[in-house]
Design a protein around this ligand. Structure first.
Ligand code: CA
Length: 219
């Protein structure tokens, strides 16, 4: 699956490109509107509205003139977003910065599904007594449903993707919150404490000086 990433901010662009590449997507980066319009066709376009040369809205409209590619618009928090206008321009979905990386991946999968593309990767994860249904956003542990906030869900899903492996705090912040756009690692501690309470304390291990992990076989 090819993603055309249209983003002029180098920090955000690099972070997204690395993350999406790790997810298995083939990422082409365009740093200007003109570069985006000149790029090869992609399966999905991630379009920042604030570009140095052209207005992102104009880029969206011109892409739509010759392509049905799903377009996800990304806007800064401060920017005015007119949802109706975005839909009229042909955008399929939009995200407001700051957003979590998991949320972005979920949106990408959703627009690809709606577009009838075949990319529907992991839908369920089972690790020991823990079961995660990614599509329904549902978690069960020891046979009982667990009610999680979206961010707790993202954090759990991230750790469960590689059970037993220690994830550095920075990497988790980067993948689940995106360090460039979101606060301190205290946020991580708060969410982890909440997950421990809702599941069981022993499901997660803190490895001092290294990071955190989900145990390989939670019972
Ligand atoms: Ca920008």
């Amino acid at each position: 699956m090819k993603i055309l990433l249209v983003e002029d901010d180098p920090a955000i662009a690099d972070s997204l490109r690395d993350g999406l590449t790790r997810e298995g997507y083939q990422v082409t980066l365009a740093r200007t509107g003109e570069a985006a319009l000149a790029a090869d066709s992609a399966d999905v376009v991630l379009l920042d509205l604030g570009l140095p040369d052209l207005d992102g809205r104009a880029v969206c409209r011109r892409l739509r003139e010759h392509s049905n590619v799903p377009i996800i618009v990304v806007t800064a928090r401060s920017a005015e977003i007119d949802r109706v206008e975005l839909l009229e321009l042909g955008a399929d979905d939009y995200l407001v910065k700051p957003f979590g990386f998991r949320e972005l991946v979920a949106r990408i999968r959703a627009v690809l599904r709606r577009a009838g593309s075949v990319d529907v990767p992991v839908t369920e994860t089972t690790v020991g007594q823990l079961h995660i249904d990614h599509r329904a956003h549902e978690v069960t542990f020891r046979g009982s449903p667990v009610d999680l906030t979206p961010r707790e869900f993202d954090l759990l899903a991230h750790l469960a993707a590689d059970p037993g492996a220690v994830c550095s705090r920075d990497q988790v912040m980067h993948d689940v919150w995106d360090e460039h756009w979101w606060g301190s690692t205290k946020t991580l501690d708060v969410h982890l404490a909440s997950l421990r309470k809702k599941l069981a304390p022993e499901v997660f291990e803190t490895v001092r000086g290294v990071g955190i992990r989900l145990v390989a076989d939670p019972k």
